[in-house]
Design a protein around this ligand. Structure first.
Ligand code: NAP
Length: 330
């Protein structure tokens, strides 16, 4: 049995769901992978940095050693993998980007739910991972843990993907549906927060930043075109008139916040905006449901993947699946 030490950087909704998932898969991990999992580090803004290479309880780490920065924390916790799920900074990807770089530099696998570092540091983090024979994985960053990056990496090599579109922000859908039922944007934000799906700063979702950042991550990794949020034409849902949202819903063409990125020779076109979509179509999602559509040379009508009503466990599963890949790589 191989003991696998794990450290949680950020211990909010996603990390707690991951801790529960790891616990619920304990016997399968032992039987199928020969691995036992032990938390040796936990850190968050309010908790501070806690580590104990012998093991700690992430929910009450105070008997462990208090550390003062990421380097100290990693050296004390000695993890095999760091699970990073701190709040998104859509404008710089920091401080997560520096934390992930330090993790990989010290020869530790980095599994992240955070799309910021994918946008602002994918090439650099990937190169660091390669040079230390470790993995940088981020499957949970887009589409809440449904396979996006691993799907393309493992199942669609040289498929000639020219464009990706979809509904990437479930909070925006929840807000639009609340307005369709007669509520306000703020009512919708509260509903999304109660579901645990809103960003720490929900204006990121409503103003389209969350979808913009996801589109950039998709472009950087899947289309291999560097795209920054400033390059994406962005219109959020905040300024949509509620009466127009309700009329569109009644007419069978509801608004959804749609992201599209496509490549034509050297040109990349990327936009996030509210679009009217036909009721019943793949883009006319409801609740937390997310959809990604790939426009690819080998799929004449495109390839669509829908994740119906994902929850926090789905997101945690994205990190868990990445973790299994790390186990396989060492
Ligand atoms: N929720 C979802 O459905 C979902 C889906 C896909 C991806 N994600 C991504 O997953 C990440 C976490 O989401 P979440 O829902 O778990 O958020 P959350 O509940 O707000 O938790 C964020 C955690 O990060 C910590 N944190 C924030 N800034 C930090 C910093 N500078 N240094 C150290 N710790 C810091 C917070 O500390 P405190 O507790 O002290 O505030 C908290 O523990 C985000 O990047 C998000 O974009 C979330």
């Amino acid at each position: 049995m191989r003991r696998y030490a794990v450290a949680f950087l950020g211990f909010g909704n996603v990390a707690k769901a991951l801790a529960r998932l790891l616990e619920s898969r304990r016997s399968e991990l032992a039987v199928r992978y020969g691995v036992s999992c032990q938390a040796t580090g936990v850190a968050s803004r309010s908790l501070g940095w806690w580590a104990d290479a012998a093991g700690l309880t992430p929910t009450s780490p105070q008997s462990a050693t208090r550390c003062y920065d990421i380097g100290d924390w990693l050296l004390t916790a000695r993890p095999d993998v760091v699970f990073e799920s701190i709040a998104l900074d859509a404008h710089t990807g920091q401080p997560a980007l520096d934390y992930l770089a330090e993790t990989l530099r010290l020869g530790v696998h980095a599994v992240s739910a955070n799309k910021g570092p994918v946008v602002y540091g994918y090439q650099r983090l990937n190169a660091l991972a390669d040079s230390h024979a470790k993995l940088y994985r981020f499957e949970a960053a887009v589409m809440d843990g449904a396979p996006v990056f691993s799907l393309v990496r493992r199942c669609l090599p040289l498929a000639g993907i020219r464009g990706v579109s979809g509904v990437f922000t479930s909070t925006a859908t929840v807000v639009l549906e609340t307005v369709e039922r007669g509520g306000s944007i703020d009512d919708g934000i509260r509903e999304a927060q109660a579901l645990g799906i809103a960003e720490s700063d929900p204006t990121y979702d409503v103003d389209g930043w969350d979808a913009v950042v996801k589109l950039c991550a998709v472009s950087n990794v899947i289309l291999e075109r560097a795209l920054r949020p400033a390059d994406v034409q962005r219109t959020g849902i905040r300024d949509l008139d509620p009466t127009i949202i309700r009329a569109a819903h009644r007419d069978g063409h509801p608004y959804r916040l749609v992201g599209r990125v496509s490549v034509d020779h050297d040109a990349v076109d990327a936009r996030v905006q509210p679009e009217q979509v036909p009721a019943g179509s793949a883009l006319a999602v409801s609740g937390a449901t997310l959809v990604t559509h790939y426009d690819a040379a080998v799929f004449p009508g495109g390839l669509t993947m829908t994740s119906f009503a994902p929850d926090l466990t789905t997101t945690a599963y994205g990190m868990f699946a990445d973790f299994l890949e790390c186990i396989g790589a060492t």
